[in-house]
Write a protein that binds this ligand. Structure first.
Ligand code: F6R
Length: 612
């Protein structure tokens, strides 16, 4: 994910900034850049690739630079190139800006500026409009220019701006993207993350949404959105560097689980319109007639992404009235699918580099089918070779076990289904609007599911689970793929053998394995099949199995029939898989912790599987 570092002080700014950027490398990035003042001018140096490449590009810079900003970019809008790297510069060359986040209305602003011929655009990024807006509003005070510019902006940002007209001063602003000010003696810092600051100071100020700050080597001033000065509390950071990299969590996996409300929000940003009750995926560039004439979709993926695909089948069939087949990518080629025209292949891949998924994509293209890729990595092979790309803006996922990427894959599938459904006239307007509202509620519902109390309940359950070598996950309808994903997560990181079954299948064989006390995690979130799932739970109870149910508030019958229970906030059946995945992730995580497994790097597994 993008990283920000800014410095004002008497040390050599470039060395401080480069060191800070290196401390943020673990987050993943694909280009880097710095801006600093030299004489009366701003110098901007950028390089696609690593911070080391940036150092080479910088060469020997003179050591009297005291203020500067630096950025590592993880591509979202536009490929990872030198031009798209930050900082971006105003046309006059006097203002430089770095930015984390997404500007939702950048297209409209860019169009306006282009038609007025008022600014020249160098990059493909959403960020570049910001620096031009600051330039337009500059009347001698950089803070005021940034405040005025941001009134025209919709989206998320953590940004820092410098200007050669005001040497020694950094202006920053935050909305939905973190910024932390580091306080030193005769020097001050700004960063997106604590690890970049720890070598220099532990005294920090956390900017809140809507706040701005003006930072020089000897003064830090914070203002609210109305421009009123704000007294900020100074916080002392006690984490060591390792804890800081994980945001204070013990493992990347837990950090990534906790990031899901934000990741889901980012993936929907710009794409759902709650007021109009619609989804806009015009970024995919399908023509209406292409979508109207579709008569089949294949979804192809591996592992966790395949489970998102299984849910995709149910979701797309229901919302877009389109038949869907789902395949494990490593099998797809060998079953010789009956390709016909008017079919679409959707590949899902977090990394965008999975060899089997890539082979499926190439086969489809060779047979002249259109391919839509749902991926998390801009510039990945899958994204370059597909006809259409929908990015899951989850940010880099470091833990091997996929969590936030999975949830955002799922969100992307709802978006595709709703968009296709509307274009194809397959979904009632009211129902579409209802689901869009439901999607919009998900980030706050996810926060509830991740509350301390909920997490503690799951943690306590895992003390029991961790003592077993075998466990079952069961569910019906949309709960079944969630059960499959829950079982995969548990095996993968806790090494407990876990099997997932459609709840109704137990009696056709696996019931023979149900013994006194064996853990059975029952997903019971689907109102439409609740009674039937309850009957299956009774079958387990009768053989002494210990059922832990994941259900919705309001499904009170469940509690009377199980040993322990976890309630999700009330939610429509079709959206429930987004919430129900989270307790299964936490169960896997805490079972792994209780068994002392290596959570972030499970044995025998790699994050990106580039062999067939
Ligand atoms: C499991 C997991 C894997 C991946 C699979 C596909 O937690 O992460 O099953 O989902 O290897 O990887 P991508 O999505 O990168 O194609």
């Amino acid at each position: 994910m993008c990283g920000i570092v800014g410095y004002a002080g008497n040390k050599e700014a470039l060395a401080v900034i480069i060191d800070g950027l290196k401390k943020l490398e673990y987050r993943g990035y694909d280009s880097a850049g710095v801006a600093f003042q030299k004489g009366n001018d701003l110098v901007i140096t950028k390089a696609a690739g690593s911070v080391a490449s940036l150092e080479t590009a910088l060469g020997e810079q003179n050591s009297s630079i005291n203020v500067g900003i630096g950025h590592t970019r993880w591509a979202t809008h536009g490929r990872p190139t030198d031009e798209n790297a930050h900082p971006h510069s105003s046309c006059c060359g006097k203002i430089a800006l770095i930015h984390n986040g997404i500007i939702e209305n950048y297209r409209a602003i860019r169009q306006r500026m282009t038609s007025e011929e008022s600014h020249k655009f160098i990059s493909e990024t959403d960020t570049e409009v910001l620096v031009h807006l600051v330039e337009e509003n500059y009347e001698g005070d950089l803070l005021q220019a940034v405040r005025t510019a941001l009134k025209d902006v919709k989206g998320s940002y953590g940004l820092v701006v410098i200007s050669s007209a005001e040497p020694g001063r950094m202006i920053c602003a935050r909305q939905d993207s973190p910024l932390i000010i580091g306080l030193g003696e005769g020097e001050n810092f700004i960063a997106s993350d604590i690890p970049a600051l720890l070598a220099h100071t532990r005294r920090t100020i956390v900017l809140e949404d809507g706040e701005f700050a003006s930072i020089t080597m000897d003064k830090v001033e914070v203002f609210d959105h109305k421009g009123q000065p704000v007294e900020k509390e100074v916080l002392e950071i006690t984490w060591d560097i390792e804890a800081a990299e994980k945001g204070g969590y013990e493992h990347f996996m837990l950090k990534e689980i906790m990031e899901q409300p934000t990741a889901v929000k980012e993936t929907m940003r710009q794409r759902i319109d709650v007021e109009k009750g619609r989804v806009d995926l015009s970024e995919l560039a399908f023509t209406s007639s292409q979508l109207e004439s579709l008569d089949k979709v294949y979804i192809v993926a591996c592992g966790t992404a395949y489970h998102a695909g299984l849910l995709g089948k149910a979701i797309i069939e229901k919302l877009a009235n389109l038949p869907v087949e789902v395949d494990v990518a490593s099998e797809f080629r060998y079953r010789e699918p009956l390709f016909k025209k008017n079919q679409l292949v959707i590949v899902i891949s977090q990394s965008g580099e999975t060899a089997d998924t890539l082979a499926a994509l190439r086969l489809a293209r060779q047979k002249s089918l259109q391919v839509l890729a749902i991926t998390n990595v801009v510039g990945s092979t899958v994204s370059r070779e597909a006809d259409h790309v929908l990015y899951t803006w989850a940010g880099p996922e470091i833990a091997v076990a996929s969590t936030k990427a999975y949830l955002t894959q799922l969100i992307s599938i709802y978006l595709v289904a709703l968009y296709f459904g509307e274009v194809r006239g397959a979904i009632e307007k009211e129902y579409l609007s209802e689901i869009v509202k439901g999607l919009n509620r998900l980030p706050s519902q996810l926060k509830d599911v991740l509350s301390e109390e909920s997490v503690n309940r799951l943690k306590a359950y895992c003390e029991h689970l961790a003592g077993w070598e075998s466990a079952f996950f069961v569910g019906r309808n949309l709960d079944y793929p969630v059960a499959m994903e829950g079982a995969l997560k548990l095996k993968e990181i806790s090494y407990i053998h876990a099997e997932a079954y459609p709840a109704g299948e137990l009696k056709h064989g696996p019931l023979a394995l149900i013994v006194e006390g064996i853990p059975v995690i029952a997903l019971a979130t689907q109102k439409a099949v609740l009674d039937k799932t309850l009957s299956n739970i009774q079958e387990v109870n009768a053989r002494g199995g210990a059922v832990f149910a994941i259900t919705q508030e309001g499904f009170e019958d469940v509690s009377r029939q199980v040993e322990s229970i976890f309630y999700l906030p009330p939610i429509e059946d079709i959206l429930a898989p987004v919430l129900s995945a989270v307790p299964t992730q936490l169960i896997a995580y805490y079972a792994a912790i209780a068994r002392g497994s290596s959570v972030d790097k499970p044995r025998n597994l790699a994050k990106s599987v580039t062999v067939e």
